[in-house]
Design a protein around this ligand. Structure first.
Ligand SMILES: NC(=O)c1ccc[n+]([C@@H]2O[C@H](COP(=O)([O-])OP(=O)(O)OC[C@H]3O[C@@H](n4cnc5c(N)ncnc54)[C@H](OP(=O)(O)O)[C@@H]3O)[C@@H](O)[C@H]2O)c1
Length: 305
């Protein structure tokens, strides 16, 4: 099936921040949007947007996901795109992260994504549609004190790459979006939770003083909390639109500050060197450079195709 404008795109986590921006951007470009939200107030709010149909959807609840599949199927218009945007941050030292907290973060950011893909997969195969996962530069970088979040996003990176290979022969393309900081509720929600742990879960922690400093770093810049300085998420929405509708989408789109992008690239180069050093037959420096040059040349050929 070829894409037609009334074939919907489903966006999870549509109540605020990046998800809301994606819904607004797609709808303003006359695409048909189904917006997954958890709360009645957000449902009513999104109903006001032309071209957007809200749907009650908590990605951690199998019954709600099942009901969502039923409702989308009953529309009879298929499904072209699934944008997995729902996400939560989990801050703090990994060493002190409880099973419950780890499960909460992975439950939304990774297992929730899988639950959606598993449930909506048949509709996407039928439409030769696209899956767009909102990961993060935190899924490429190593950010200390963002351990539960970073772990979930590193998982999502690998998940997306494996799924991309598996689905390609069936006409479904899988694309990963990597934003750095953009204005939304995620920072404030995460830091609120972190603040509440300083005198409770982390009361006896060996990291308690560091966590106080981290909290301070988030909250006290000369201009107020750090997340208020982050840019509007519209460029992320634009990248999602490109991922959904360009003829030959790239496997990933970084929507990031230069600093965060360079950080991610340096982290991955360091990883290449670590992997190369870790066995009896490492490649020489010039051999590594040749391989990088070959990979860059291949990329140019792909771009030109
Ligand atoms: N903003 C950034 O700087 C940034 C950078 C990199 C990546 N990201 C990623 O972008 C995505 C969107 O985050 P955001 O920054 O826009 O934050 P946000 O404003 O807090 O939005 C998060 C969204 O996820 C929803 N959500 C949370 N738990 C859910 C669940 N169990 N089921 C369904 N929806 C759920 C929230 O719904 P409720 O309102 O009901 O809680 C909200 O709509 C996340 O995957 C995040 O990791 C954000």
């Amino acid at each position: 099936m070829l894409y037609e404008r009334d074939t919907p795109v489903l966006v999870t986590g549509a109540s605020s921040g990046i998800g809301r921006s994606i819904c607004e951007f797609l709808a303003s470009n006359k695409h048909s949007v189904i917006a997954g939200v958890r709360k009645h107030v957000d449902f009513e709010e999104l109903k006001k947007l032309t071209g957007v149909m809200p749907l009650r959807l908590d990605v951690t609840k199998a019954d709600e996901v099942e009901e969502a599949v039923k409702q989308v199927s009953e529309l009879g218009r298929g499904l072209y795109g699934l944008v997995n945007c729902a996400g939560v941050a989990g801050l703090g030292p990994l060493f002190d992260t409880s099973d419950e907290e780890f499960s909460r973060v992975l439950g939304v950011n990774l297992i929730g994504v899988h639950r959606m893909i598993h449930a909506f997969g048949p509709l996407l195969v039928e439409s030769h549609g696209r899956i767009v996962n909102i990961s993060s530069v935190g899924g490429l970088n190593i950010d200390t004190w963002l351990g539960p979040y970073g772990t979930s996003k590193h998982g999502l990176e690998g998940y997306g790459e494996i799924l991309r290979e598996e689905m390609a022969p069936h006409g479904v393309q899988v694309i990963t979006i990597e934003p750095s900081g953009h204005r939304s509720k995620i920072g404030e929600n995460a830091v609120d939770l972190m603040g509440s742990k300083i005198d409770t879960a982390w009361q006896e922690s060996i990291f308690r003083d560091e966590m106080k400093q981290v909290l301070d770093w988030w909250l006290r810049t000369p201009d107020g909390p750090r997340w208020l300085m982050w840019p509007d998420p519209k460029p992320v929405a634009e990248a999602v639109s490109t991922a959904l509708f360009s003829e030959h989408p790239k496997p990933r789109y970084l929507v990031s500050s230069r600093e965060a992008a360079i950080g991610a690239i340096d982290t991955m180069l360091a990883r290449v060197i670590e992997v190369n050093d870790g066995h009896p037959n490492p490649l020489s420096g010039p051999e590594l450079v040749t391989r990088l040059e070959k990979a860059l040349a291949m990329r140019q050929v792909q771009h030109a195709a």
